[in-house]
Design a protein around this ligand. Structure first.
Ligand SMILES: [Zn+2]
Length: 215
């Protein structure tokens, strides 16, 4: 089974990915992880990517496509779930071409949908402990004493990436790039929209039901 998982930052993509991987024994192909692996291995692709990142530029489509197609070719026959790739229509087209050469297709696209306001609340409310890394939320997961880590009494901080400016910007980019991608896959009739603001167990049940139908 070959799955593409789409979801904005803060949509709970990581959590859902994990439960799917566990249940179906798929290979988890996260573009972020693969990029980090290539860089730490010092591969030719990794070095190229590093040079873009050092200069503050986005890693170009072609490089990401090369990295991901390499990883896909080594995937087990049980299949894989793609996370963070494809991110653009161009990447999706290249992915389809690569799969077509091996007489394969993407079977299903799970599209986690959540309102921007909810995502903004989830992310901007996060507070973390600089000492032990514990993560809290000012509404959903409060520490016993406001602003203080339960485990070690350290003052909690908001990470620079968790501010409203950064989150709003990431959401804007996500919508611009991903909405055309959803349309691309809708033409192939393989998109399942999932209301990701529901209870986590309900989302899981719904997802498994859809995946069992095609597995
Ligand atoms: Zn702590």
């Amino acid at each position: 089974m070959r799955i593409v998982l789409l979801g904005a930052p803060g949509s709970g993509k990581g959590t859902q990915c994990k439960v799917i991987v566990e249940r179906y024994g798929l290979l988890h192909l996260s573009s972020g992880d693969i990029l980090r692996q290539e860089r730490s291995a010092g591969s030719e692709l990794g070095k190229k990517a590093q040079s873009y990142m050092d200069s503050g530029a986005l890693v170009p489509d072609q490089l990401i496509i090369e990295m991901m197609t390499k990883a896909i070719k080594n995937a087990p026959s049980s299949g894989f779930i793609l996370d963070g790739f494809p991110r653009t229509v161009k990447q999706a087209e290249e992915l389809d071409k690569t799969l077509a050469k091996a007489k394969k297709i993407i079977d299903i696209v799970l599209n986690l949908e959540v309102d921007d306001k909810i995502v903004e609340g989830r992310i901007t409310g996060r507070r973390s402990c600089p000492k032990c890394g514990a993560v809290y939320h000012i509404k959903n997961l409060k520490p016993k004493k406001e602003g203080i880590c339960d485990k070690d009494g350290t003052k909690l901080v908001q990470r620079p990436d968790d501010t409203i400016e950064v989150v709003a910007n990431r959401l804007k980019t996500y919508h611009q790039q991903t909405e055309p991608l959803v349309d691309y896959y809708k033409k192939a009739g393989i998109v399942v929209d999932i209301a990701a603001d529901k209870d986590i167990e309900d989302i899981k049940t719904f997802m498994f039901q859809k995946l069992d139908e095609i597995n």
